[in-house]
Design a protein around this ligand. Structure first.
Ligand code: NAI
Length: 710
């Protein structure tokens, strides 16, 4: 019985002796409840129709099927029968030929559906893959059991444990698909099927195939993958679950393997890792929704940019435009500095080309997109002018006076300042509504985060235009308000501060880094500082010192390290010592410095447990996040998570600091903060928003939902 309540999600057409089932579930033809029900029902109809010899399963619109419906995750709809795996079994066991016609991106459950079919044909520019692992789950509709049987253990493991996508060409080479059809896909698929029927070819079922290779060979493959996963993915569990399920193809029957796959899949779906990864996915989508800016607001097209200052940031920002194919004028104050900046850009591209990741042709194109200049008037036809000069208000004021004079009417005027007041900068111009902050992260050509800083006067269309531009240049734009450090760096400060205090009290940099790295960050706070350059943090601290209240706790350890000329990796020493590489080696000299600081403070150094290190670093960051929310400087707690995922290497499988706080429970976070506040005073008082949410048994996610309903 077809459920017509929501309209036909699968269309039934016939062409002579072939039934064509067209999945019609925009936007991506996901395998939602109604699609599964209607596919099963149409198959029955095709089975009982004597005139039908074969079935083609295909998709309306741009693809065959985008996989499981992510909106059904953790809802009862996902369990409505037939579940995807039963439907796919039904297809595989079908007595008449079933052919999948693959077009567009066909991922996850979409590919699993195709693997249940007896043959697969694909359009030349289609893509296939099993990306479940990237959401913390495993292919749970037969993918781990069918793919290795079809293409062999090693390539199947590579695809399943990485979640990568394959072009049709590569899929054909590996045997995932049987043929690429180029011309008129539907007509060609029909001819392909007619040919099979003509040759008397019957169903070819993957479940009846054996995984190739000897037991010894396959054991080596499994062990190698296991080692690689454990080494590279700190604490992420889904790839290991994929490996476990795929390994079952060697020891279990197909039916038993499927059953076990379902059990592992269920376990993975209920995991915190999967919840965190799904949260990350939805948060990234949500970020473009700005409550007071209509989605259809007319944006200012940004097709040409000018960047002022060809230093570390200006160069990287110019590259981001050039990489996206947009022309950009890079303006410096002297020919020498311009040359230095351009040389750095060229070296950067050459290094990428040397690693084989950029063709010389493409490198030339990208360099051609950058127009170097020492003439300010060359900004005159730019749709956006981005200032990235020295971090000094006087310099910024003088540059913005020039920009105001020279930039064309309606141009977006942006500053890349990391600490200065965007409103003050805007106030220098006669068009503060056109001014905003674009806070790129270093290296700007690599890092995906862009904090879009909304000033008091910034107009809505300017914000919307820059959010759209962010997408064009492959960045994730997140709207934030004006405050010291904006969102990311403001939260980073207490996190780093606790690191400094912990080493004064008893830990060493390597202890703090280890705890944070075990949580999943690639680097702890001390290793990160060494990589970024301690001189940068030192300069910021010196500026902060001017406004720091006298009674505020402050650790001078950073100053002392920097006074020794130790600026981190680039000088071969910082918090650690480096012997010609990136390997951070604990340094007795630093340990002496730390011990003597503890003596100076008359502190009895104590053993600090990992749990305390973790809570002081993470909870101080979360508390600052809550203050940012209550001050209205971020739209949603999930936006803060996106900032941390894209700008600071927060482990994606942990979802972000605010999601993680929800997971722990805000009551627990608040209680610990209160206890620290009682013990140390300082800045430990829980934010009032955090207290309110904790007292009402609520979460940051609940708070987000309320904000969006307003
Ligand atoms: P930098 O010192 O590497 O580069 C600044 C460049 O601006 C120099 O090449 C200088 O010659 C040029 N310049 C100075 N005055 C100029 C003028 N009047 N006209 C044209 N060019 C001029 O500095 P960096 O690190 O690139 O920082 C630039 C801005 O980006 C600063 O506001 C900084 O706070 C911000 N920022 C820096 C980050 C970092 O990690 N370095 C991260 C995010 C923001």
């Amino acid at each position: 019985m077809i459920n017509n309540q929501t309209g036909d999600k699968v269309l039934f057409e016939s062409h002579e002796n072939i039934a064509i089932l067209i999945i019609n579930n925009p936007p991506v033809n996901a395998l939602s409840k109604h699609v599964r029900l209607e596919l099963a029902s149409h198959l029955k109809r095709a089975e009982s129709d004597q005139n039908i010899d074969a079935v083609i399963i295909c998709g309306a619109g741009k693809n065959l099927c985008g996989g499981a419906d992510i909106r059904e995750f953790n809802t009862p709809d996902r369990e409505v029968e037939p579940m995807s795996r039963d439907l796919i079994n039904l297809i595989e066991d079908f007595q008449k030929l079933v052919i999948a016609e693959i077009r567009g991106p066909t991922f996850g459950g979409g590919l699993e559906l195709a693997l249940g079919c007896h043959y697969r044909v694909a359009e030349a520019d289609s893509f296939v893959g099993l990306p479940e692992v990237l959401r913390g789950v495993i292919p749970g509709a037969g993918g781990t059991q069918r793919l290795p049987r079809l293409i062999g253990l090693s390539p199947a493991l590579d695809i399943i444990t990485s979640g990568k996508s394959l072009s049709a060409e590569n899929a054909l080479k590996l045997g995932v698909i049987d043929e690429i059809l180029d011309e008129d896909l539907r007509a060609d698929t029909i001819s392909f099927v007619q040919k099979l029927i003509g040759e008397g070819v019957g169903p070819r079922r993957i479940k009846d195939m054996e995984v190739g290779g000897s037991l010894d060979e396959n054991t080596v493959i499994i062990n190698n993958f296991s080692d690689k996963i454990k080494k590279t993915l700190r604490g992420v569990k889904a790839p290991l679950l994929c490996l476990e399920s795929v390994s079952n193809t060697l020891s279990l029957s197909f039916e038993e393997g499927l059953k076990t796959e379902a059990e592992i899949s269920k376990k993975a779906m209920a995991s915190e890792e999967s919840r965190a990864l799904v949260h990350a996915f939805f948060s990234e989508r949500q970020v473009t929704k700005i409550p007071d800016i209509p989605s259809d607001i007319k944006v200012r097209p940004i097709r040409k940019a000018a960047v002022i200052g060809a230093g570390t940031m200006g160069g990287g920002i110019a590259m981001s435009f050039a990489n996206a194919g947009l022309p950009v004028t890079l303006i410096e104050m002297s020919p020498e500095n311009l040359e230095k900046g351009m040389n750095r850009i060229t070296q950067n591209y050459s290094a990428t080309a040397k690693r084989g990741r950029l063709s010389s042709e493409e490198m030339k194109n990208r360099l051609n997109n950058i127009n170097p200049s020492i003439n300010y008037s060359d900004m005159k036809d730019a749709d956006i002018v981005i200032e990235a000069v020295f971090e000094e208000m006087e310099v910024k004021r003088s540059v913005f006076t020039q920009i105001d004079l020279l930039a064309k009417e309606n141009a977006v005027l942006a500053t890349n300042t990391s600490t200065l007041d965007v409103d003050e900068i805007a106030g220098v111009t006669n068009r503060p509504e056109d001014v905003l902050g674009t806070h790129f992260f270093s290296p700007a050509n690599v890092m995906t985060l862009l904090e879009v800083v909304r000033g008091k006067m910034t107009s809505k269309d300017v914000i919307a235009s820059v959010m759209a531009m962010a997408k064009t240049i492959n960045k994730v734009g997140v709207v934030v308000g004006v405050c010291d450090g904006f969102v990311g760096n403001r939260m980073l400060a207490p996190y780093f501060r606790q690191g400094d205090f912990l080493i004064e009290e008893g830990a060493m940099p390597q202890d703090v880094d280890r705890v944070i790295e075990e949580f999943g960050f690639r680097m702890g706070p001390f290793r990160v500082s060494d990589l970024a350059g301690l001189d940068i943090s030192w300069a910021i601290e010196k500026r902060r010192a001017e406004t720091r209240p006298e009674d505020e706790r402050y650790s001078p350890l950073l100053d002392r390290i920097c006074e020794l000329g130790r600026y981190g990796q680039k000088t071969g020493a910082g918090w650690y010592r480096y012997e010609g590489g990136r390997n951070a080696i604990p340094d007795p000299l630093v340990e002496d410095l730390i011990n003597s600081r503890s003596r100076e403070m008359v502190l009895n150094r104590r053993t600090i447990q990992d749990d305390e290190i973790f809570k002081r670093c993470l909870y101080s960051m979360i508390n600052e996040g809550a203050k940012i929310l209550e001050e209205g400087l971020a739209i949603r707690s999930s936006d803060i998570d996106v900032i941390w995922l894209h700008g600071y290497g927060f482990p994606r499988h942990r979802g972000g600091p605010m999601f993680y706080a929800d997971l722990i429970g805000l009551r627990e976070v608040c209680d610990v903060l209160q206890q620290y506040h009682k013990e140390w005073g300082d800045k430990w008082e829980p934010a009032s928003l955090l207290r309110e949410l904790a007292n009402s048994g609520s979460s940051f996610a609940d708070w987000d939902n309320k904000q969006m309903k307003r």
